[in-house]
Design a protein around this ligand. Sequence first.
Ligand code: TXA
Ligand code: MG
Length: 332
Amino acid sequence: MTEQADILQPLPDALDKASAALASGRLVAFPTETVYGLGASAMIDEAVAAIFEAKGRPHFNPLIVHVPDSATAAQHTVFDERASLLADTFWPGGLTLVLPRRPDTPISLLVSAGLDTMAVRCPAHPVAHALLERAGPLAAPSANASGKLSPTQATHVAASLGTGHGHLAMVLDGGECAIGLESTVIGLPLDGPATLLRPGAVPGEDVEAVLGYALAKAAPHTPNDDSTQGRSSPGQLASHYAPDAPIVLNATQFDENDVVLAFGAEPCPLPKGSLNLSPSGNLREAAAHLFSMLRLLDAVAHGKRITVMPIPMDGLGTAINDRLTRAAAPRP
Ligand code: TXA
Ligand code: MG
């Protein structure tokens, strides 16, 4: 029989157990302010390999290394002036920086999935921070099965990965994630401009305001192309964040075949079971509800479509629309 992983409150005793489990090469799911992460000690090859196995994640898709501070990031990556400026402004928080690996870093090569770069982020959530202080750098993707919705509550992790998985020692329950969308990923190549690899929790406009110039955009990916050719952030596959029900975007008319994910004022009475991301039209509130409401609608859809009202493209709207577009893309 597989050992069951517990969902634990993040008391000091549980944090000690979690860091012991990580040191022995097991996985621990933990809360961050963006989404829950599936953590492994970034220095242990077998533990990092277990992340790919537990998620069913393609091996070409590299992982973010979470660090307690920018000094730790600078031990493992070539942390240039642009990186320092962005880290000083946005860390701890929802910004990930992709930087050249230092040749002497003991961080597992598996996190980089064959690239010569490493993604680093210092999260703000107190539980994530307490764990990083005890356990050191943690490789952690979102704690969901590959291609599925990201978890914003501890129970979502159990539902997506199954707590009976042999590698997963425990889930630390830090409540609901305040932001609810994954970090913004920025590439900082030595010889090239700062590039937006994934829109996310920190609006691209805010990063541009600090840098003083426009971010370059990542090369577009081709739908469901499984190769890394021409794609500077291998995780940006067309279909991702997918519920089971089909999704229709930018809809303003609905019928009995829809359950609606509304935003702002509702144009007409909505079909039974519909939900509103933010009745007042607030994008922060909408981001925080996005993944959990998609899960709830998926559970009641029973053959119907999830039909989503238009969401404006400013601020967090860029990242919300990015996730919805991928959720609606043809499935592999
Ligand atoms: O908010 C977040 O970023 C969450 C929490 C747990 O920190 N993590 C997360 O990880 O969303 P994941 O693995 O689901 O997404 C990481 C993204 C992927 O698109 C991956 O391809 C990209 O970051 N990435 C990681 N390392 C990279 C690298 N060296 N070069 C380019 N892209 C990289
Ligand atoms: Mg993910």
